[in-house]
Design a binder for this molecule. Structure first.
Ligand code: SAM
Length: 278
């Protein structure tokens, strides 16, 4: 067991079953699992007769998975290495699977998830176990203390819901934090139209860069400020009818979208740039 890879096995069978039930897997479906460990969730996915691809970094676990657990199962495939690298590569070369799941390692779980959410590939359903605080931020609504860039990033394309909270005794070794299971279901239509996507994500990152700073100061100090300059930032705030002294946590969806539209029209008007669709 290695601490550096955030290895906490989910030893509660009912929780593992709940994760697989939430995924709504059907026979023959492509399911990717991040961090299979020695395969306790994997085996439930294979029982559902899914086509499972597992992404695991630990060489010892990979040997167990391939040589002892599922090596001769034609429905199982292992991608060894760091999922931060192997996952984007597999998405590019193989396209999007129907489902992604994982009891994610605490140290890199949110980074892996952010990478997935920013990518243009969107599975219709995803279920993850993550630190409770991270799940609270993802599911937060405007105006709450947890409303963050992660809430916007996740909710742009997915309906998100906290499925269940798990206490540390469900894991071995028990982690010091509480965990939650989160369900992502793809929206029939994204909240952010494709022509505004990269402006939207740039703005969201800038606006939450320093929570205590005002909207105006975060824009001036960020990528948007570098792109449009001081006068441009002023123009954007006026065009989107935003009070420059607000903080990002006070803005709702409509205000983020209005600002994205203003940035798009500023770029089109003053630089002739139009946004490439993603
Ligand atoms: N799925 C197993 C379970 O639920 O019992 C293990 C989950 S454990 C919390 C996280 C797993 O992710 C470990 O197997 C660990 O080796 C693997 N892991 C950690 N960092 C990884 C990375 N960057 N890429 C791929 N796998 C990683």
């Amino acid at each position: 067991m290695s601490k550096k890879f955030g290895q906490n096995f989910l030893i509660s069978h009912p929780v593992r079953e709940r994760i697989v039930d939430l995924l709504e897997v059907s026979e023959g479906q492509q399911v990717w699992e991040i961090g299979p460990g020695i395969g306790s969730i994997t085996s439930l996915l294979l029982e559902k007769r899914a086509q499972v691809t597992a992404f695991e970094i630990d060489h010892g676990f990979c040997r167990i998975l391939n040589e002892q657990a599922f090596g001769d199962d034609p429905h199982f495939r292992l991608v060894e290495g760091d999922a931060l690298k192997t996952l984007p590569l597999s998405l590019q070369t193989e396209g999007v699977p129907a489902r992604i799941c994982g009891n994610l390692p605490y140290n890199v779980g949110s980074v892996i998830l952010a990478k997935l959410l920013e990518s243009p590939y969107r599975p219709s359903r995803m279920v993850f176990t993550l630190q409770k605080e991270v799940v609270d931020r993802i599911c937060a609504q405007p105006g709450s203390k947890d409303w963050s860039s992660f809430s916007l990033l996740a909710q742009a394309d997915y309906e998100v819901s906290l499925a269940t909270t798990i206490n540390s005794g469900a894991f071995y070794p028990p982690p010091k934090v509480t965990s939650s299971v989160i369900l992502f279901s793809l929206r029939s239509e994204s909240k952010v139209e494709s022509s505004l996507r990269s402006h939207f994500f740039t703005l969201v990152r800038d606006l939450f860069a320093q929570r205590r700073k005002t909207v105006k100061n975060n824009l001036l100090g960020g990528k948007v400020g570098a792109m449009v300059g001081k006068d441009g930032v002023q123009w954007l705030l006026e065009d989107a009818q935003l009070n420059p002294s607000l903080r990002a946590e006070a803005l709702d969806w409509e205000q983020f979208l209005a600002l994205s539209a203003s940035l798009a029209s500023y770029r089109a008007r003053y630089t002739g740039d139009t946004e490439p669709a993603r």
